[in-house]
Ligand binder design. Sequence first.
Ligand code: ATP
Ligand code: MG
Length: 424
Amino acid sequence: MAKIQAIRGMNDILPEQTPVWQYVESTVRQVLGQYGYQEIRMPVVEHTELFKRSIGEVTDIVEKEMYTFDDRNGDSLTLRPEGTAGCVRASEEHGLLFNQTRRLWYTGAMFRHERPQKGRYRQFHQIGVECFGMAGPDIDAELLILTARLWKALGLADHARLEINSIGTSASRKVYREALVQYLEQFREQLDEDSKRRLSTNPLRILDSKDPATRDILQGAPSLDDYLDDESRQHYDQLKAMLDAAGVPYTENPALVRGLDYYGKTVFEWITESLGAQGTICAGGRYDGLVEQLGGKSTVAVGFAMGLERLILLLETLGLVPDHVNNQADVYVTAMGEQAVVPAMALAETLRNELPGAMVVSHCGGGSFKSQMKKADRSGARYAIILGENEIAQGTVGLKPLRDDEPQQDVAQAELAGVLAGLL
Ligand code: ATP
Ligand code: MG
């Protein structure tokens, strides 16, 4: 019978890869903890309506990327394509936003039906951060400063650059949208197909077009910058001053617009040049209108999401995964002969009691001296503990270094943990 395989674009993360994932996740967790962010966990499935209303009906995600299906009772449900909508839904539903500020984060799988390629998958993982109830640019700056700290912690400071823009309040965007459409209408026939369609649905996204002819036309287009209202401009100027003061470098990209409808004022992307076309590793912005749009009390908000696959790919591509990030044992305890099995097991437990930070792997399943030593070597352990009939009789073990040419030595069982503590 043919074997059943994983769904295209949905990856298994294998034991060799999980240490890097754990390293990245724990580093992010640690940095977010330093800034007082709290974790929230939402379901993977939500009502389809939630995403339509928040992300926007005429965005790429809602138009063509969502995994939507009917529940057995006929409700339309969707596998979450991103976390913000669910985070807002959950926060509102449980009164987390009532008269208080919140700094939240979450991590988990997201689902988008895109064409799978390097750095782009159908199931992928994000760490998302959402802050509620803080209107000023200070919290925008904090998000960028903490992200910069994270890059530093991961050794990526020189490999990620920040682009920022202000896309104004929805009122100023409306005026700009009209001016942009009026300008682009003159060149309608020269625009690429997507942009032609977006002229009537989501014209701001045309600024993002990669098509050369469209890009040429955009050269002469009115600039969003000229349409910013005073409030947005002031917010943007203050943000830039805060980033300058904090020493976080950035470039302003007036063409930076995000693919989701809910953004306003600040938008930003962290981009790397080392991953080709899928170079955006973290993206976000302010979404002051979304909570109200989803039926809650008007609550300002700002957030971002980073793609874990891209982040990990970047670390691996640049060789920045630290040596200690691996699944390798410290000590491998062998049992030579039937009568050694039980004492070896007890000895391994004693070592785990005495050396709680060490990875102590017990040999299970018997076998010859040679095959046990082979497994010890493959475990990556630095030391093999050899326990056989003679050692048991003498109350010792054989301590064999596996990573250098040092000779094997006999160590009294009572002293083993102390000796290993000095060696590891
Ligand atoms: P892109 O322009 O690359 O399609 P996006 O604007 O759709 O990204 P967001 O919705 O802002 O991305 O998601 C935030 C981050 O999640 C992205 O910057 C990226 O790192 C990651 N991401 C988005 N879609 C995918 C995907 N299909 N596979 C892997 N990572 C993804
Ligand atoms: Mg996308």
